[in-house]
Design a binder for this molecule. Sequence first.
Ligand code: ADP
Length: 427
Amino acid sequence: MSPHQKNEITSLLGIITTSALIGALFNQTLLFIALALFTYIVFMLRNAFKLQDWLEQKKDLPDAWGYWGEIFNELHLLERKKKKQQKLLSVALSRFKKAAEALPDGVVILSQHNFIEWVNPVASSLLGINYPQDTGQKINNLIRHPDFQHYLLKNNFSKTMTFPAPENADNTLTMQIIPFGYKQKMLFCRDITHISKLEEMRTNFVSNVSHEMRSPLTVLSGYLEMFSDKPPKDEKNFKLAIDNMYQQAIRMQRLVTDLLALSKMETAPVEHTALVDVSTLLIALKENAEVLGQNKQHIITMKADEKLNLRGNNDELHSLFSNLINNAVRYTPKHGHITISWQILNDEAVFSVSDDGPGIASQHIPHLTERFYRADVDRSRESGGTGLGLAIVKYAVERHDGRLEIRSTLGKGSTFTCYFPNQRFSS
Ligand code: ADP
């Protein structure tokens, strides 16, 4: 029993004893005790009602003396403590909300039975939840993808799950639920579209390279197997076989060279401080082009500004210009026209190669700079193409702060133009 309780019992006994003594003086002991107890009960009831009013938040905490005064005092202290804690809690909560709102990932707070309690803006847009309108809705009524429903019902959240974004099925989301507090859940989600696209590109790339390597290797191993079974006697056939093997080896070599060039540009830092004499480079490339296309008797014309030099990497620019010029030679039929130009136009250094070859259908144009993309597979392979030339061109142009433009009309010809900004050239 607490001291206050002991005091109260002592006071009650005192009241009873005093009233009994006074009652005895008037020979009315029981009446006086009854009156005193009645007054005591009224006092108790009055304070009990005050307490009830306060509990129902109708009134402020009342004042009282004695035992009730102590009770009200304790309650007063408790109330102050609670208000202080509430204030701290609301500061912590608003800090948490601010942090969660700034997160690059989506966050949703769910109650025990998966009702939405809070959503940050990223989760709103990724999951298509309207916050605060959708507060109190069950999350599985809003995200209806079967994989998500299964994940939520399974109640085993140790792993992440991926599923198509509800707002845009082309995008991929990854999600993990983390239980916290009293059976509450925190749902984290992230847009991993670019990662899954990269993964897809990597898989495609490996399968494309394997495919490109397989055909020349099959030819080579076929001949070698044939020769090991039966050494060739006819010199003419032997020469034909050797020529063919040589062509296949060259094809593989070209593929490896292009792959290395691409990977170097992907990984090496941009170090473009040297001034490259583009017109001299183009004269050499034009001569190479004439040798490459000697059977086709193209009419190649070139107009290059001798004073116009480009700040950049000599090897990358060589690769860029030669890929475009050689493509024109490879794809333009006999007696076709090829025009090479290097000049300043509208404050930009502009390199362009035009031909009156077969042209390219418009649906292929946006894809031409993708690795191994070919508008005409047979023609590319026949002319020794690797399918990587324009990917290299795009990389090299971008590493020189430039842009590539492809214009082509089927049956009429193509023009490939590279634009380089002012800070890249001197004239
Ligand atoms: P490839 O080694 O196959 O030539 P590229 O990346 O250099 O690879 O070119 C991609 C595709 O673009 C080619 O397969 C070809 O279909 C098309 N192409 C490129 N240049 C020309 C051009 N001058 N004329 C017509 N088609 C072209």
